[in-house]
Design a protein around this ligand. Structure first.
Ligand SMILES: [Zn+2]
Ligand SMILES: [Zn+2]
Length: 401
């Protein structure tokens, strides 16, 4: 995957950022879900530019559709016999990029209220001479539909197909909602287990040998797991080789904004000794004097804590992506609002005390009034908590609910 990114994807596209994760389809063959952020890709708001950019890069045109099946699987040809011709591209497409068989176990689902079956990937798809981004296909966002002369072909990019030599599915994103939908639908989904452990265990119990029951049980259960494809050989090898399950071009920093007494701590196990590690908040409060004016947000985004020197070292790489939690509500009528105000002050105002005493000016001040003064007088950088939602907006929203 790393070589493919370096030698094919990054040469083909101006990749700004990348994220991907491994998955094992029906716990069988490897499968990768990913996102590419492309530097020069136009926004869908400029429709003509968007269509001319993607129209030549993602298509469902089978340029020389009618070809006899290649004698040797085109993906197994040695490198020296590769021709990089249109014929070869078509052979590859015909071999793995077409959705030629709809079956109930794979893609067919009943249409609600009827006995009729339909393909959940919407094959066969209508042909169209030019790409389009209609609003009607999905009620939440526009969908890119490539130019198509083959009702069964998955959209493809010729370079990607010839480089990867296995099935791919490329969808140019249209907007933020489309990205969120893709993330929720495909990227964060866990694989289904084929059969519960309990029933697998019961089925092998009967055949356990009397001489070494525990060993026999373990071996039989392991074999059963492989046979039932809960873990395929590919997945097991991936883990044994200690390969990453996901990868991205940006580092992520978790940032817990709960009061210190509610924060979870990691246990560090080394040479048989367990030590409780400090939280990011504690490191921040213990920063050396020359980093007095560093805010928590800047420390999390632009610095790395170095245990050896007990200070924050500026990152040479791009800022980290902040995974901030809890996401307190910024609605002023919400019960969480004082916490939202406290979190805002923690992010943007410097402090030293883990109990946050020094963030309030005097004993009478509470988080809401302290943040009101901050919002009226300061212009802080953007943060993942976002802006305060106005009371008017909150009220009308409650009404509509
Ligand atoms: Zn189908
Ligand atoms: Zn402020």
């Amino acid at each position: 995957m790393k070589l493919f990114l370096k030698l094919v994807i990054k040469k083909k596209f101006k990749v700004q950022d990348i994220w991907y994760r491994f998955e094992w389809q029906s716990r069988g063959s490897d499968h990768i879900h990913g996102f590419l952020w492309i530097d020069d890709a136009p926004s869908v708001t400029d429709l003509d530019q968007y269509l001319s950019f993607w129209g030549v890069r993602v298509t469902a045109f089978n340029l020389a559709g009618e070809l006899p099946a290649a004698a040797v699987h085109p993906s197994s040809r040695p490198f020296s016999e590769r021709t990089n011709t249109l014929r070869e591209l078509t052979e590859l497409l015909n071999r793995f990029q077409r959705h030629t068989r709809c079956t109930p176990s794979y893609c067919q689902r009943k249409i609600r209220g009827t006995d009729e079956l339909t393909c959940r990937f919407h094959f066969p798809r209508s042909e169209r001479p030019l790409p389009e981004v209609p609003c009607e296909v999905n009620s939440n966002h526009r969908v890119y539909l490539p130019a198509r002369n083959d009702a069964l072909l998955n959209s493809y990019n010729a370079t990607v197909t010839m480089g990867w030599m296995a099935n791919t599915d490329l969808s140019p994103c249209t907007d933020q909602t489309a990205v969120v939908h893709y993330l929720a639908k495909y990227c964060s989904k866990a694989e289904k287990k084929s059969e519960p452990f309990k029933s697998l265990l019961q089925s092998v119990m009967l055949r356990v040998s009397d001489r070494a029951p525990l060993l026999s049980l373990a071996i039989k259960l392991m074999n059963k797991l492989i046979a039932e494809r809960d873990w395929s050989a590919q997945e097991v090898c991936h883990h044994l080789l200690q390969l990453d399950l996901r990868s991205s071009s940006r580092a992520v920093q978790d940032l817990d904004l709960r009061p210190i007494e509610n924060q979870r701590r990691a246990l560090d196990l080394q040479n048989g000794h367990a030590t409780v590690s400090k939280t990011f908040l504690e490191h921040y409060c213990e920063r050396p004097a020359h980093q007095e004016h560093l805010t928590l947000l800047a420390a999390a985004r632009e610095y790395t804590w170095i245990n050896k020197t007990q200070d924050f070292r500026p990152r040479r790489d791009r800022p980290k992506v902040i995974n901030l939690f809890p996401r307190y509500s910024g609605r002023s009528s919400h019960a969480d609002y004082p916490n939202f105000c406290r979190a805002k002050l923690m992010l943007h105002h410097c402090f030293r005390s883990v109990t946050l005493d020094d963030l309030l000016n005097d004993d009478d001040e509470d988080w809401v009034s302290a943040y009101a003064a901050c919002a009226a007088n300061h212009d802080h950088s953007r943060d993942p908590l976002g802006a305060v939602l106005e009371a008017v907006e909150a009220d009308s929203e409650t009404e509509s609910l």
